[in-house]
Design a protein around this ligand. Sequence first.
Ligand code: ZN
Length: 220
Amino acid sequence: MRRCSICGRRAAVYYQRFSGDYLCSTCLGRRIVRYIRKAFSVNDFSLSPGQHVVLLITPGQSPIARTVYELFRAAERPFTSNIEARLIDAEEPVDIIAAEERAVRRAGEDVVMISSSLEENLLELLTALMKGYDPSLSLPLRRAGRITLFRPFSLVPLMDLYAYAAARGEVEATRPKYLYEELLEVTVTGPELAYSYKRVLRLLGNVRARGESVYQGRAG
Ligand SMILES: [Zn+2]
């Protein structure tokens, strides 16, 4: 039995490639909760106590929806929010941006959380570029009229979520395929993914701060 690199006591159930850590299910769960809290703090975003929020669960996470909901619940506990989880429905292959936009409009709430993970956020950027959508639709925090949209799982790798769900015994059904998903396959392992995603976000942020259109950033 290989022991967990963090607690050194329990049996490891998962090898997190980019950190090189072997993790038990407890330490993996805690690490994911920390990533979620970090997304709140780096985006300087918090919920009001008792706030009613809708958590939209992405198609790629629908087979592990219960785990995703419980991780979010654990991470936002200090806010004591009233959370309502809903699945985002879509036809395969899922156009992640179009599916989310539809679900957000249907949610009819002022504060909407989208559960998209690190890989799914990068896929959103790729989808925006491929389909000519506004790339800022994939930002971790954005306001659309009176609606505030936040992505609390934007620093959490999807493979960590699946590993944690499997360790807890949540049945693993096949997840739906995303449009352009094959473009991600070369980048889904290692720290490069998080690094390039953050770089693109910073770039988008700079362009927006200068008041330029994201499409004409250079030419305009
Ligand atoms: Zn451990």
